[in-house]
Ligand binder design. Structure first.
Ligand code: HEC
Ligand code: HEC
Ligand code: HEC
Ligand code: HEC
Length: 475
């Protein structure tokens, strides 16, 4: 027999090969052995060539673009069985609704597969660095979250919301998408899903350009708790901002609504509801930079206000934007307390002279199911304190005191600029007639056609805490 004829050199070579192939050397799984592994094992379920096909003709997701789709660390871990399955109702939910564990291979083999993917399975239609994550802001993430809801993504893909899995179980979940996907591939996929997964129950959304950037960024960051969002108001544009140059920008872009002197009397103003803020009656100097940036760059809607206040991010170069904000802060310093033309509302004078402090409320009435709601939280010090923290500093996009005032009297730094004026919570004759459910509904949804924005990000409990707190002003 052949083995008997082996000479000592051949034996040594044989032993050397055995050691190298089973050892921990990365090259133990060279391209050739990897190719064999893929052909003999993986190809029983996965396709590595050709075009994307309906999942109803496949056993497992197509891998022709495997080199571009996955992050290497995730891929190597997944192949060793160290990562969670992505399809909680199984990839072929028409055949089985429980996920089957994935066959696993050794670390060396997994590295070999990752090398093979990177060498042979690159998707040439994926453009590198489509999203520059050093410039991805929290507001863009929020827009992505909104697209994810508004365009039904949540209908078929799950994400974590407030620590709970939310969404449909049809397709891959995105709980830890940041570990799994290369964002450039997600971007490419999102631009036309049927290029990858035709006839699989997939969906093409009517978003383009920036919308794709937002939605992709949102998915690509799922599960990433350490990501530091870009803060444009901390860049050199703001450090170098020049209020005098900002005055020119104000004239060219803002005065058409806000008026040349910021009196809210530009040519467009008469037809607008809400009216453009009267900057001249506001202490914009006291407004936080992040708020002003988001308002001017992403528009009123980004901070829960009217879309009549445009988003200037695509119109104004970054330096002009920083300059106009510097101009706002340097020019408009008159708060309610200092301005003489305070209009109607619950003023101290009125109260002192015994007249009714009630404001004319044209506020929309909350739907009946809200109106009947009572504050479910007990009036405890903890709840009132939590409400106070939100009111004074933590509520996003901006603290309530900026309009309603530190004393709750409706005279914060922003109050003078808006009509109708912010509610005066100290006026107990008025406040006692407004039900909890009404207050709750307005805080969550804003009062349309007024300066009162929607605080969508506040949780129900936080709104109830705020309501306990603002009711203290009338006591
Ligand atoms: C018995 C069938 C089967 C075999 C064999 C198999 N896979 Fe899979 N593979 C699947 C299924 C099913 C999924 C979807 C997993 C899920 O539900 O999360 C999957 C998922 C994957 C994914 C993630 C795909 C994606 O788009 O999310 C990769 C990568 C992968 N397999 C690679 C391999 C490699 C490499 C091999 C060979 C070593 C292999 N698979 C062998 C069935 C198989
Ligand atoms: C009607 C169901 C449905 C909706 C709605 C939907 N998708 Fe999908 N999605 C799919 C299917 C099916 C796939 C293919 C993967 C598979 O076979 O499960 C997929 C795959 C993906 C993938 C690749 C995941 C992977 O691991 O291969 C991304 C990224 C994605 N969708 C993003 C989105 C975005 C963004 C939206 C919203 C704009 C969206 N999807 C809406 C069904 C849907
Ligand atoms: C098309 C009209 C229009 C233009 C142009 C416009 N705004 Fe406004 N702006 C508004 C309206 C309307 C509001 C009130 C929004 C609300 O209360 O919901 C507003 C509100 C504001 C506020 C107050 C926000 C607050 O919290 O009360 C600031 C500050 C502001 N705009 C700055 C600017 C700057 C800076 C520019 C120019 C770069 C500008 N606006 C251009 C319509 C406009
Ligand atoms: C940018 C200015 C602004 C900010 C910030 C603001 N408000 Fe208001 N708020 C107003 C204005 C203006 C009104 C009057 C609206 C109206 O008459 O319908 C108002 C009205 C209200 C009302 C009265 C609802 C009713 O039915 O009468 C409540 C409650 C309220 N705000 C709570 C809050 C809370 C809580 C916060 C912080 C989480 C907050 N507001 C932040 C401007 C603001």
């Amino acid at each position: 027999m052949y083995l008997l004829k082996v000479n000592s050199f051949q034996l040594k070579l044989f032993i050397f090969l055995i050691i190298t192939l089973t050892g921990t050397n990365a090259w133990a799984f060279d391209e050739k052995s990897t190719k064999k592994l893929i052909e003999n094992q993986c190809a029983a379920c996965h396709k590595f060539q050709g075009k994307g096909e309906s999942r109803f003709n496949l056993k497992a997701p197509d891998l022709m673009w495997g080199g571009s789709k996955f992050k290497r660390d995730w891929l190597v871990a997944w192949l060793q069985g160290k990562e969670k399955t992505m399809y909680s109702k199984s990839y072929r939910w028409d055949l089985s609704t429980t996920p089957t564990p994935h066959p696993s291979i050794t670390e060396e083999q997994a590295n070999g597969v990752a090398n093979y993917f990177e060498k042979n399975l690159m998707d040439s239609t994926v453009e590198p660095n489509t999203i520059d994550y050093s410039k991805f802001s929290e507001m863009e993430y929020n827009f992505g979250a909104k697209i994810f809801r508004d365009y039904s993504c949540l209908g078929c893909h799950q994400v974590m919301e407030d620590g709970k899995p939310t969404g449909g179980l049809q397709s891959a979940d995105f709980f830890e998408a940041f570990k799994r996907y290369n964002p450039d591939w997600i971007y490419r996929f999102n631009s036309n899903p049927p290029d990858y997964v035709p006839h699989s129950g997939e969906y093409v959304a009517d978003v383009s350009g920036l919308g794709l950037r937002y939605a992709t960024g949102y998915i690509a960051l799922q599960g990433n708790k350490d990501f530091k969002f870009f803060e444009p108001w901390k860049t050199e544009y703001f450090a170098n901002a020049n209020a005098a140059s900002g005055a020119k920008v104000y004239k060219e872009y803002c005065s058409q609504c806000h008026g040349a002197q910021g009196k809210g009397d530009g040519p467009a103003a008469a037809g607008l509801n809400p009216k453009p803020a009267i900057h001249a009656n506001m202490a914009l100097s006291d407004f936080p930079d992040d708020y002003l940036f988001n308002l001017v760059y992403y528009g009123g809607k980004s901070v829960g206000k009217s879309s009549l206040m445009p988003d200037f991010g695509l119109t104004l170069p970054p330096q002009d934007l920083a300059n106009v904000i510097a101009y706002l802060k340097a020019t408009f310093k008159g708060g309610e307390e200092t301005s003489s033309n305070a209009s109607s509302g619950g003023t101290k004078m009125a109260k002192a002279s015994g007249t009714d402090c009630s404001q004319k409320r044209k506020t929309k009435k909350a739907p009946a199911i809200y109106l009947s709601k009572k504050n479910p939280l007990p009036i405890t010090e903890t709840n009132i304190k939590a409400g106070e923290d939100l009111f004074m500093k933590n509520a996003k996009p901006i603290a309530c005191k900026m309009c309603h005032g530190k004393k709750g009297n409706g005279k914060g730094p922003g109050a003078g600029g808006m009509s109708p004026r912010p509610r005066d919570f100290t006026c107990s004759t008025m406040m006692k007639n407004i039900p909890d459910g009404q207050l709750f509904w307005i805080v969550k949804n804003g009062s349309s056609g007024t300066g009162m924005m929607a605080f969508k990000k506040l949780k129900d409990n936080q709104v109830w805490q705020l309501i306990h707190y603002i009711r203290q002003f009338g006591k």
